[in-house]
Design a protein around this ligand. Structure first.
Ligand code: ATP
Ligand code: MG
Length: 221
């Protein structure tokens, strides 16, 4: 039986270069400013613990086709389990606001919708790796995949394995995220990420404000 969760679990999802890391930074700054008493846990997937980061290195580097989608799904789940057990769940039990850069929706999209791994099997892997933990709020940054990839090339990146998978792959990723958002309308908030970052941040904050209000957090104006 899982201990009572007192914190909030917020995830960011979206294709390559959609602005997840940029928006997480802005949201974190806003929380520190407006909720000074809150403790914040900022983390990412795959990775988030020393051991899970070593799985990340295997997944995100090297030739685009070096792993089968099912292998990726199991590696993502292995990494996620370490992350949930050692970082996310303890932080939530401590009352933290946990902000995670990608989580299991990415696995359902990249390895499931695009990679063809059965979604029911992925639900089973979620039960094993997350032990019932589901985000309170997921912000989906929706962006044309060509625009997103162009942004990552301009930014530069050491972890190119998924970026190298080609234009059709990334268009499918966008479609997969949109379909997932339709399946979970109460949890996943879709945000138009093609606008200037500051406008995207306004929508991110509006969604987080609603979540905070619903959970009795007092935001200073
Ligand atoms: N709204 C925006 N408009 C234009 N450029 C942006 C916007 N948001 C972020 N960028 C820039 O696009 C690049 C990619 O952004 P960011 O790294 O935040 O995306 P990401 O979703 O985290 O990417 P990845 O999937 O590679 O982790 C960065 O150089 C960032 O400064
Ligand atoms: Mg990023």
């Amino acid at each position: 039986m899982m201990a009572q969760m007192r914190g909030l679990f917020i995830t960011f999802e979206g294709g390559e270069g959609s602005g997840k890391t940029t928006q997480i930074k802005s949201l974190s700054d806003w929380i520190v400013d407006r909720l000074p008493s809150a403790s914040l846990c900022q983390t990412r997937e795959p990775g988030g613990t020393k051991e899970a980061e070593s799985i990340r290195a295997l997944l995100l580097n090297g030739a685009a086709s070096k792993w089968q989608p099912a292998t990726e799904a199991m590696m993502m789940s292995a990494s996620r389990h370490e992350h949930v057990v050692h970082v996310i769940r303890p932080a939530l039990e401590n009352g933290d606001i946990v902000i995670c850069d990608r989580f299991s929706d990415s696995t359902h999209v990249y390895q499931g919708y695009v990679g063809g791994v059965d979604q029911t099997l992925l639900d089973g892997l979620d039960r094993l790796s997350c032990q019932g933990l589901v985000p309170d709020l997921t912000l989906l940054l929706d962006l044309d995949s060509h625009v997103g990839l162009a942004r990552t090339y301009q930014r530069g990146s050491a972890e190119r394995r998924f970026e190298a998978k080609g234009a059709a792959f990334h268009q499918r990723v966008r479609q997969g995220f949109l379909q997932r958002a339709e399946c979970y309308p109460g949890r996943i908030v879709k945000i138009d990420a093609a606008r200037p970052a500051i406008d995207v941040t306004d929508d991110v904050i509006a969604a987080v404000r609603r979540l905070l209000a619903k959970n009795g957090f007092n935001v200073t104006d």
